[in-house]
Every structure is written in structure tokens, then in C-alpha cells.
Ligand binder design. Structure first.
Ligand code: AMP
Length: 371
């Protein structure tokens, strides 16, 4: 599945392409078509699953497509999120995705002077990202009007309740027009959240990404903190030391995958790479060689590795950390299947530490440090 197949329009596709988004994540694949159909969504997804793009892209697309009919300068979409960091992060994503659409947006949050935010609001925005306190504050002062809202997103609803925002939300809801699309996202679904969702949503479709942590339990995981320039040497040493029959190595880029294969071959370790720039035939051949143990190591990009099923794969190596935390779980879930033991080794360079944090947050576990 590609973004194009999800009917994403050209100006957004171009921006996604530039941002390096090649394929939709699971939550995107499920939620985007529904959201584009103006359905209400109850989304169960954690950070690191690509949920922000899942709710922002359809909104941007719908606003862009209705642009011709819009004469009024009014806020048409409101995204409510519990923390200032999340608000900024969401606004940054929107900035990326709206690059070629002319859709305007801004973010408001507490703890800072309101003047710049008010100025931005006055210049006119289509999408407003906000934390609850500052939103109510600026509404009371008359700087924010919500009577033209057509899309409303409640992000991280569980955290919102944990942080005591329930009263703010309840005060806010009646100010929104009845006729609107609501997208409700939460990482967990305790009773209180389900109740809140039921009062806000109309005939929602539930969209869920499978709980991921269970996959992880069957695999021994180790972490190596390593400088980027030392990864090659570490890889060679580990492949020799671990003495496993077969290993699947993940590289973030196609170019990187080729380079790793060359380095390993030079070191006398039989290896081949597969990625999107190789022909279907070449990919198939590499895969057959790997499955029949002709080559010991297969280096793949995430896209090329989709759908590859290898029985008794003993070792997965994350040469680079994935951008999306969820991808880590998919990668290591290729080993330790069907009662076999599996091992996953992950390389983390200093500049990849933020990605590692996302993974540990998603899986709820720290990976054992091996060095
Ligand atoms: P989120 O779960 O929304 O916090 O997203 C996690 C990270 O994944 C963010 O850094 C996004 O920029 C990135 N991301 C989201 N969707 C994709 C995609 N389809 N391809 C690549 N990266 C993505």
C-alpha cells in the first residue's frame, strides 16, 4: 500500500516524499481512508505509530479540497493535545505536510507570552493546534472562535484525563458546532476514556494498531551504543562472534544496504542486499539464496523486508534505528517465531538516542545494554 493508493492528493504526496515517508504505517493505512470519508474515528494508538500523520493528513486534504468554497477566514480544524511539546510537534508535522497546499495553521500553548500567538491567530488560520488551558484563555479573551470548526481532534485522550484536563474539555465541547468530524486518539482505553469517547463521537469506526509489546517477549534483545563510524566493525565482529547461520540486517537507506553488503563480502561473510531499487528478479534471487542458506546475511530496507517470511531466522540486527518505533517491533518480530529462539541486536549511535527513547516508550521496556 502506498500513499497514492490511499488517494492522497499530489501536493501532499510531494511533501511526504520530501519528508522521506515512503509507505504508510498501519494506523495510517487504516485511518486515512475513513477520515477522508468524513467518518468519526476512535483510534487506539501510541506515539511512534505514525498517528499524527494519520489524523493530520486527511484534515489537510479535506481543507485543501474545499478551499475554493472558502471565503471566510476562520478556524476549520482544532487539534487538542495535552502538552506543549506535543502541540509543537504536531504543528511541525502540519508545517511539513501543508508545504504545497496553502493551508494555514498555528499552535497555541501556555507558559509563554500570548502576544505572538494572538498575532498569528489574527492573521487567519485553518488549523489550530492547542493545549486546553491556553485555548480556553484565548477564547475567553475573544481571540479564538470555534463556530466554524468542521474537524476536531482529541489527541492522547488518556493523558489528557490523567493530567486533569477533563473539566476544560467539558467546557470546550459545547462551544464546538454539532455538525463536525471528530477524531479521538488514545494509547489506552480504560472505562473513563471509553465513556468520554461515547459522548463525543457519532457512529465512530474503531481503528487499532495491535498491541506490540507481546511480540517482543519472545526475542532476546541487546543494545549496542556505538559511534556511527564504528558500526561496520561492530557488525563484522558480532557476525563472527554470534556464529548464527542466518542474519537479517536492517538498513535505513538503500545506499546503506548496498554498502553494508559490500563491506561484509570483503570481510568474507556471504551477504546480499534487497531494496526498492533492485528488480523483482534480483530481489527474489537474493531471498532464495538467503532462505536456502547460500548467503548467510541479508541486508534489507524496511520496505523491501515487508512480506518476507523466513522460517527459523535466528538473528535480526538493527544496523540503523527505524524512524517509526513501531517498525522496530515488526523488524524483531521476524525472529523467534513458532517456538524458535530469536535474538535481536540493535546499534544506536549518539544521534539516534531520541529514536531509541521512542522505541522504549512504545514497548514499555528498556533493552539490555550489551557493551
Ligand atoms: P507519531 O507516532 O505520530 O509520533 O510519529 C512517529 C514518527 O514517525 C514521527 O517522527 C513521524 O515523522 C514519523 N512518520 C510517521 N509516518 C511515517 C511514514 N509513513 N513514513 C516514515 N516516517 C513516518
Amino acid at each position: 500500500m502506498t500513499f497514492k493508493e490511499l488517494d492522497i492528493i499530489e501536493p501532499i504526496l510531494k511533501a511526504l516524499n520530501e519528508a522521506g515517508y515512503e509507505i504508510p504505517t498501519i494506523i495510517q493505512e487504516k485511518a486515512i481512508p475513513l477520515a477522508l470519508n468524513n467518518k468519526d474515528i476512535l483510534g487506539l494508538a501510541q506515539t511512534g505509530t505514525g498517528k499524527t500523520a494519520a489524523f493530520t493528513i486527511p484534515i489537510i486534504q479535506q481543507l485543501y479540497q474545499n478551499k475554493e468554497n472558502e471565503k471566510v477566514k476562520s478556524i476549520k480544524a482544532l487539534i487538542l493535545t495535552p502538552t506543549r511539546e506535543l502541540a509543537i510537534q504536531i504543528n511541525d508535522c502540519i508545517k511539513n505536510y501543508t508545504k504545497y497546499t496553502g493551508v494555514r495553521h498555528t499552535v497555541i500553548y501556555g507558559g509563554v507570552n500570548q502576544n505572538t500567538q494572538v498575532k498569528d491567530l489574527k492573521s487567519g488560520v485553518d488549523i489550530l493546534v492547542a493545549t486546553p488551558g491556553r485555548l480556553l484563555d484565548l477564547m475567553n479573551q475573544g481571540f479564538v472562535k470555534l463556530n466554524s470548526i468542521r474537524h476536531f481532534v482529541l489527541d492522547e485522550a488518556d493523558r489528557m484525563l490523567d493530567m486533569g484536563f477533563i473539566h476544560d474539555i467539558k467546557r470546550l465541547l459545547p462551544k464546538l458546532p454539532k455538525e463536525k468530524q471528530t477524531l479521538f486518539f488514545s494509547a489506552t482505553m480504560p472505562r473513563s476514556i471509553a465513556t468520554l469517547a461515547a459522548t463525543i463521537l457519532h457512529n465512530p469506526v474503531k481503528v487499532e494498531v495491535a498491541p506490540v509489546s507481546s511480540v517482543v517477549d519472545t526475542v532476546e534483545q541487546y543494545l549496542y551504543f556505538v559511534e556511527k563510524t564504528d558500526k561496520k566493525e561492530l557488525l563484522i565482529n558480532l557476525l563472527i562472534k554470534k556464529n548464527k547461520q542466518s542474519a537479517l540486517v536492517f538498513s535505513r537507506t538503500k545506499h546503506g544496504a548496498d554498502k553494508i553488503a559490500r563491506i561484509l563480502c570483503k570481510a568474507g561473510i556471504g551477504s546480499e542486499s534487497i531494496h526498492g531499487d533492485k528488480s523483482q528478479n534480483a530481489r527474489q534471487r537474493a531471498l532464495t539464496n538467503f532462505k536456502s542458506n547460500k548467503t548467510r546475511v541479508l541486508i534489507a530496507t524496511d520496505i523491501a523486508a515487508r512480506g518476507i517470511d523466513i522460517d527459523k531466522l535466528e538473528l535480526v540486527i538493527n544496523y540503523d534505528l527505524p524512524e517509526i518505533a513501531e517498525t522496530y517491533v515488526h523488524r524483531i518480530g521476524r525472529t523467534g517465531r513458532a517456538g524458535n529462539t530469536g535474538m535481536a541486536l540493535t546499534f544506536c549511535a549518539p544521534e539516534e538516542k531520541a529514536l531509541l527513547k521512542d522505541i522504549q516508550k512504545l514497548t514499555g521496556k528498556d533493552i539490555t545494554i550489551a557493551n
